[in-house]
Every structure is written in structure tokens, then in C-alpha cells.
Design a protein around this ligand. Structure first.
Ligand code: UDP
Ligand code: MG
Length: 319
């Protein structure tokens, strides 16, 4: 029997949270109004996560899993899950229980009412560190200013999507996937559900600062061309400054008894300033060109190790 609901859970070194995740998820699965499958995607964990996933699958055939041959990143793990799910309503949630599974029935209820994308929007995240909160706050507002599409504030990947939305996402060939942005870009009938983001149940954050920064740059570069324009504007500004300086220099040379333009400090500052502007512009350009390069190489987005649970239509009706 084909599942109605599919839950996608990306997993990277989550051995400490998986048992509790299963406990809470199975309670939710039992109260859904249709058969459920859970697709866990092991993103190259080096701990016992994959072994735990095998055990869970043996115990409960509603749990299916995929594993990657190495760490490909969270967004790619979710992408793989989206490629494999068979349900009509697809939920994406983190393994660390920061996205409360108990909210899923509320999301499902909106889906029953005809919404295509129901995304959970954080109203509070006071259980996370100040640095994470500050950077996330600034980033989402910056992205909103710069992006070509209306990406709602403070939303992560926790959401429910209709089959049509997932099929459309799967048909998008781009490798660089900022899923919460692509989801907004698609349109459809979308609605936000406010929720309070809990703190991580156990273990350390798997999104290091470097990974978060990379995700933020991906989001900006994939959804905005404004950074490219910044170099044009800074270039124009530098040109205006140069013209003003030239006029002043001529004035001082011919009409002023003393010239304030002496010494090499001025020249040094000007050279460093222009050098910085040029490197910055090349860097921005590089971000875009690097992405073009990634896309034209046309490598697969991920490489699968183990795939289990998808051979049969194994989701049990929960009666
Ligand atoms: N994750 C992943 N691959 C990675 C990093 C994280 O699949 O390279 C998963 C992780 O197991 C968790 C989710 O992505 O289920 C969110 O990660 P985390 O809780 O560390 O990040 P944050 O809460 O800061 O978004
Ligand atoms: Mg987390």
C-alpha cells in the first residue's frame, strides 16, 4: 500500500538523537490519517547512525533509509530524500528534534484543506546561542532585501509539501540547492504555521559556522544578482572620487599657495582601497562563476551507498 505521508529526515552523526526521534515520530505516525513512511538519509555519518537506521528498519518497516558514500551536506540529503519518497504529502524535518514532530498533524490538516506548501516559521529561538540567533536574524533580513523572490523570514526546511511541489522540485536540475528558496520560488498555495524552535535534543550542532556561512552565500547567490551590481556601484563611486581628486589636485597645483597633498600616505591609502575594491569584486564574480562551473560539470548531486526499504510498498496502514 502506497504511503500517503512521507517524512524525510537528514541524518549526520545523530546516534544520540535517533532513538528518541523514532519514539516521537512513531507516536505521530500512529495518529496520522493515512499510511506513513519515514525516509532517513544518512549523510555520510561516521558514528553508529547508519547501524541504528538498519535496526529501526528491521523493527519497523515504515522506516526506509538511504546512505551516502560520504558527507554531501544537508541540502543534498534532503534532495535525495525528495527523489525517493513515495507519499502524497511530504514532510521535511531535522533529526535533532528541533523541529517538533508533534506539529506534523497541524501541517497535514492544512494540506487536507488544500494548501500545497505549509512551512513552519520560527517565532522564537531563545533556546539557541546568541551568535546563531543574531547571524540568522541578520541573514534572513538581508536575503529578503536582496532576493528576487519573496523568501519568508525565519523559515527553515521544516515544512510539508504536496506531491506536485515535490515533483516540480525534483525536475529542477540545479545542483546548488537552497531548498527553502526554491520552495518559495515555485509559488503554489503556501501558508506559514508559527512554531517555537526547541533546542537540540542531544549531540553537537552539525552545521558548523563554515557550513552555515556556505549555506548563506548559496542562498544569496542563487536568489539574487544584487551582489554583482555592488561592484558596479563601488566602481562608480571610486570613479567619482577619482574625478573630484583630479580637480582638487589641479586646483591646488595652480591656484593654491600650499598643497595639502603631500607625502605618500594618501597614495598608499588610495592604492590599498582600490586593491580591496578590486579583490572584493573579483571574489563576488568568482562566487557566480564557481557555481556555473559546478553546474556545467554535471556531476551527480550525491552518490548512494545503501538503499533499503523501497523495494516493496511497505508502509502499513496504521489501524
Ligand atoms: N545535517 C546533515 N548533513 C550535514 C549537516 C547536518 O544531514 O552536513 C543534518 C543534521 O543531522 C540535522 C540537520 O541536518 O538533522 C540540521 O543540522 P543541525 O541541527 O546541526 O543544524 P541547525 O539546527 O543549526 O540548523
Ligand atoms: Mg539543529
Amino acid at each position: 500500500m502506497k504511503p500517503t505521508y512521507s517524512f524525510i529526515v537528514p541524518v549526520f552523526n545523530e546516534e544520540a538523537t535517533l532513538p528518541e526521534l523514532y519514539r516521537r515520530l512513531s507516536a505521530v505516525m500512529d495518529c496520522m490519517d493515512g499510511p506513513v513512511e519515514v525516509v532517513m538519509v544518512d549523510d555520510g555519518s561516521h558514528d553508529r547512525s547508519l547501524a541504528l537506521m538498519r535496526d529501526l528498519h528491521d523493527r519497523d518497516h515504515r522506516i526506509c533509509y538511504l546512505s551516502f558514500t560520504r558527507n554531501f551536506g544537508h541540502q543534498i540529503a534532503v534532495t535525495a530524500g525528495l527523489n525517493f519518497v513515495r507519499g502524497q504529502a511530504i514532510v521535511v524535518l531535522d533529526a535533532d528534534l528541533q523541529d517538533p514532530p508533534e506539529l506534523i498533524p497541524t501541517l497535514a490538516e492544512k494540506w487536507r484543506r488544500g494548501y500545497d506548501v505549509i512551512y513552519a516559521q520560527r517565532v522564537q529561538r531563545h533556546r539557541e546561542g546568541w551568535f546563531k540567533r543574531l547571524t540568522a536574524y541578520v541573514f534572513y533580513r538581508l536575503l529578503r532585501q536582496l532576493a528576487d523572490v519573496d523568501i519568508p523570514l525565519d523559515t527553515g526546511d521544516f515544512c510539508l509539501m504536496d506531491r506536485r511541489v515535490v515533483d516540480t522540485l525534483n525536475a529542477m536540475p540545479e545542483r546548488n540547492r537552497y531548498i527553502r528558496g526554491l520552495r518559495s520560488w515555485l509559488g503554489f498555495r503556501q501558508i506559514a504555521i508559527p512554531f517555537e524552535r526547541d533546542s537540540r535534543f542531544a549531540g553537537d550542532v552539525k552545521y558548523t559556522f563554515r557550513k552555515s556561512l556556505a549555506l548563506a552565500i548559496d542562498g544569496l547567490v542563487s536568489f539574487s544578482k544584487v551582489p554583482l551590481r555592488i561592484s558596479t556601484y563601488v566602481g562608480l563611486l571610486a570613479a567619482v572620487m577619482a574625478i573630484v581628486m583630479a580637480i582638487l589636485v589641479v586646483y591646488w597645483r595652480f591656484f593654491s599657495p600650499v598643497s595639502p597633498l603631500t607625502g605618500y600616505a594618501t597614495i598608499a591609502v588610495a592604492i590599498f582601497f582600490l586593491g580591496a575594491v578590486q579583490l572584493f569584486s573579483i571574489g563576488i564574480l568568482g562566487e557566480y562563476i564557481g557555481r556555473i562551473y559546478e553546474e556545467v560539470k554535471n556531476r551527480p548531486a550525491y552518490v548512494l551507498g545503501e538503499v533499503n526499504g523501497f523495494e516493496t510498498a511497505n508502509a502499513r496502514p496504521n489501524v
